[in-house]
Design a protein around this ligand. Sequence first.
Ligand SMILES: [Fe+2]
Ligand SMILES: [Fe+2]
Length: 187
Amino acid sequence: MAETVKNKIEQVVEQACAADTNIFGYDIWTHHILPVVQNAKQLAPRFDADPEIMEFAALLHDYASIKDKALYADHHIHGPIEAEKLLKRFGYPQKKTEAVKEAIATHRASVTMKHRSAEGACLANADAMSHIEHVPSLLYLVYIHHGMGIDEGRGWVKAKLQRSWQKLREDVQELVRDTYEAALRVL
Ligand SMILES: [Fe+2]
Ligand SMILES: [Fe+2]
């Protein structure tokens, strides 16, 4: 049953990524959402997080901002609302839905680290880890999407990577330390 719901959610999120209204382009599906799902599954045991909740939360964590750019600034608030609508529609159990919503609500650096569930902490780490592992996506974002100049873009990406690094728990930092240090040297 969870597998069927997961397939439906995958379809909805991938379709939203492919839509013309998605300001991030279809690449956000292949270069952000799917990597975050992979990372979340990999990190789940370290955080004692429920792997099923992690998969749903990772799939849906940025869905609100993909669906509607106006929701980007507060997508940690709109994300849980959008997730609930979909999960309800597909008959996902209420208790698990609450856990998915909770994880999405606390996935951003700008949101307080306090009161995070194991799943919320795991998702925040999986998300930040994916930024460090996908530097070309960040370069694409600043140069193509934001149209920044070379130095402005370089500074933005560097600051983004440093923020992502700060979000990582120490043991997760060790998993991506080589990539992080190499990226900083290049930037
Ligand atoms: Fe996000
Ligand atoms: Fe994200």
